[in-house]
Design a protein around this ligand. Structure first.
Ligand code: HEM
Length: 389
């Protein structure tokens, strides 16, 4: 039986080259148990689809929790979309889904372009930057903050809080508390001074009826802020690195900018910014490849592995921006399919197109082997990406 440890999953070698690591696992043991995560992990495309879509895997921990567990702090203080099954999930998702349709998101194009251009204006003269700090982070956090009506002066706080949570640092709990208090104050502010933003609209829904309670409201804003930027930062960082490491693909894209849509899909597939799905729990005993998943046990899908499965993608470990069939799972699948996918796609397309157009001499400032990856099992992202141009 394969014995995969957290240390292996989080190691710099695995983060740098996940496809080699998972190729071996996919062919030897498609499902295995990671002791320190207390979770089963599936690695093939077919099994990932199964785990993401089959309702026997619940997202609602309360359904499988022991009676004495349900009133524990964290679970009670949060009720996020991503942690619920229908009908609660359907009710909450319908409150925000209209704001994230491709048509609504397309209206943001001029503003996203303006933000991308201004960020590059600010560094142009310098000839070098840390792509994460100067570009990949401020772009999505500015966009989601503007959608939510969060003042520009407050946005720097989120980075500190979410990094503490993502890197599983000691300050994780205090950061989360500070984050929640911030959101509660924001909601109070919107009650007194309504704005033309998504937070105000959700506050009004809460005030007017039965559709959303206070915990759900705070959880929703929290999820939108965190999911709205930490993931896209990784798409922009990992994607830039992948392009710089594959000069022929970079050249192709520079010569034919109409490839940008396909290129972003391939970057999502090949670099999988969210490498593991969120957790699910078996709501009954389920057998998979001869392994018994017991009721109440946790299961995650290795999206990064599914996205390179040769049974689904020819030459799955090859980066090819002209790939035609690309039904990747970078945004998940089923009812929890990423709400922000149209936004992330548009941000990616604008960001990469602007970078390549504005910085024709873009290069890595050091060796790719020296770059540090964050130690988070779910997300795959760089701490910093120094470049010159
Ligand atoms: C490259 C960027 C992004 C990637 C790779 C990504 C990936 C994902 C994945 C894999 C899931 C499903 C997780 C699961 O089922 O276990 C998800 C859900 C979600 N994402 Fe994204 N995401 C990105 C950007 C965004 C953005 C910009 C937003 C904006 C608000 C967002 C909001 C959400 C929300 C709210 C959910 C939960 C949906 C639900 O439970 O119905 N994401 N995302």
């Amino acid at each position: 039986m394969t014995d995969v440890t957290m240390n292996e999953l989080l190691s710099q070698t695995t983060k740098r080259d996940p496809h080699t690591f998972f190729a071996h696992l996919r062919s030897t043991e498609p499902i295995f148990y990671v002791e320190e995560m207390h979770a089963w992990m599936v690695t093939t495309y077919e099994d990932a689809l199964f785990v993401l879509k089959d309702p026997r895997f619940t997202k609602d921990y309360r359904k499988i929790a022991q009676p004495d567990e349900t009133s524990q702090g964290m679970m009670e203080s949060m009720r996020m979309l991503l942690q619920l099954d229908p009908p609660d999930h359907t009710r909450l998702r319908s409150l925000v889904s209209k704001a994230f349709t491709p048509r609504m998101i397309e209206l943001l194009r001029p503003r996203i372009q303006e933000i991308a251009s201004e960020l590059l204006d600010a560094v142009e003269e310098r000839g070098s930057m840390d792509l994460i700090i100067d570009f990949a982070y401020p772009l999505p956090i500015t966009v989601i903050s503007e959608m939510l009506g969060i003042p520009a002066t407050d946005r720097h706080k989120f980075r500190t809080w979410t990094q503490a949570m993502i890197n599983m640092q000691e300050e994780e709990a205090t950061s989360q508390e500070a984050f929640f208090s911030y959101i509660q104050a924001l909601l109070e502010e919107k009650r007194v001074h309504p704005g033309n933003d998504l937070t105000t609209r959700l506050v009004q829904v809460e005030e007017n009826g039965e559709q959303l309670d206070e915990i759900e409201l705070v959880s929703m804003i929290f999820l939108l802020i965190v999911a709205g930027h930490e993931t896209t930062v990784n798409l922009l960082g990992n994607g830039t690195l992948a392009l710089l490491q594959h000069p022929n693909q970079l050249q192709l894209l520079r010569h034919d900018p109409t490839l940008i849509t396909a290129a972003v899909e391939e970057l999502l597939r090949y670099t999988s910014p969210v490498s593991l799905s969120d957790e699910r729990w078996a709501n009954e005993d389920i057998e998979l490849h001869g392994k018994q998943i017991r009721k109440g046990e946790m299961v995650v899908a290795a999206l990064i592995s599914a996205n390179a499965d040769p049974h689904q993608f020819s030459a799955g470990d090859t980066f090819d921006i002209t790939r035609r069939e690309n039904q990747h799972l970078a945004f998940g699948k089923g009812i929890h399919f990423c709400l922000g996918a149209p936004l992330a796609r548009l941000e990616g397309q604008i960001a990469f197109a602007t970078l390549l157009q504005r910085l024709p001499n873009l290069r890595l400032a050091g060796e790719a082997e020296q770059l540090t990856w964050t130690r988070n099992p779910m997300l795959r992202g760089l701490r910093s990406l120094p470049v010159t141009f």
